[in-house]
Design a protein around this ligand. Structure first.
Ligand code: CO
Length: 222
C-alpha cells in the first residue's frame, strides 16, 4: 500500500478549482460590484429545484440563474421519498421560510439510477435508495413493457419517475398545508436532455390539491 505522503500535492489543494473560483467571482463583481454584498443580506429565490445529482445537470447553469435565485436539492435519480428527512426538510424550508412560488422536479434522460432499475442491475448500497424508482417501475410495468425496445422504455421510465415524484411533492404535508392556507405554489414536472442541453416540460403542473389526480392521470397517459 502506498504511504499517505505519496498522494500528489494537487490532491490536497485542488488549486485549479480555487483559481476558477477567483476568476468567476471577479467576473460577477465586474458586472455588479455589489452583487455579493447584496446576497449577504438575504436570499429570495422563487424556485425550489429537486433534481438528480448527475454532474451533467447543474440546476443553476441550465436555467441561467444566478446565486440567490434558486434553492436546490439534488439526490440520485431525483427521488422524493416520504421518509427522507433531508428532502422533506429542504422542501419545508423552501415553502415555509423562503416562500418559493415554484417547486420544480426535474429528471433527465439517460439517468444512471433509472437505468440500473430498468436493467435490474446491482450497484451496492445505492440499491436501497433506488427501491423508490423500482416502485415507479413496478407501478407502470405494463406501459413500459408495451413500448417494446429498451431505449423507449428507458426514456419513459425517466419521465414516469418525474411524474411520480411530482405526485409525492404534492402529497407532502408541507405542500398540502401551504395550499390549504392559500399560499400560491405550483409544482412542475420537467425533464432535461443531456444530449441537447434542453429542458422539456412534461405538461404536469399542479397548483391545488384538486388538480393533482387529473393532472397525474393525464401525464401518466402521456
Ligand atoms: Co440521474
Amino acid at each position: 500500500m502506498a504511504p499517505w505522503f505519496a498522494i500528489p500535492f494537487d490532491m490536497r489543494e485542488l488549486r485549479h478549482l480555487f483559481a476558477n473560483n477567483h476568476a468567476w467571482a471577479g467576473k460577477i463583481r465586474a458586472e455588479d460590484p455589489e452583487f455579493f454584498e447584496k446576497l449577504c443580506h438575504q436570499q429570495v429565490p422563487h424556485y425550489f429545484w429537486i433534481g438528480c445529482s448527475d454532474s451533467r445537470v447543474p440546476a443553476n447553469q441550465i436555467t441561467g440563474l444566478l446565486p440567490g435565485e434558486m434553492f436546490v436539492h439534488r439526490n440520485v435519480a431525483n427521488v422524493v421519498a416520504s421518509a427522507d428527512l433531508n428532502c422533506l426538510s429542504a422542501l419545508q424550508f423552501a415553502v415555509d421560510v423562503l416562500k418559493v412560488r415554484h417547486v420544480i422536479v426535474c429528471g433527465h434522460y439517460g439517468c444512471s439510477g433509472v437505468r440500473t432499475v430498468l436493467r435490474g442491475e446491482r450497484l451496492g448500497l445505492v440499491d436501497h435508495w433506488l427501491r423508490h424508482v423500482q416502485e415507479v417501475h413496478a407501478r407502470h410495468s405494463a406501459q413500459l413493457a408495451g413500448l417494446g425496445d429498451e431505449t423507449r422504455a428507458f426514456d419513459r421510465l425517466c419521465e414516469l419517475n418525474v411524474i411520480e415524484q411530482v405526485s409525492n411533492v404534492c402529497k407532502a404535508a408541507t405542500v398540502q398545508d401551504a395550499w390549504s392556507r392559500g399560499q400560491p405554489l405550483a409544482v412542475h414536472g420537467w425533464i432535461y436532455a443531456v444530449s441537447d442541453g434542453l429542458l422539456r416540460d412534461l405538461g404536469l403542473c399542479v397548483t391545488s390539491p384538486q388538480e393533482l389526480a387529473p393532472a397525474y392521470q393525464a401525464a401518466v397517459k402521456g
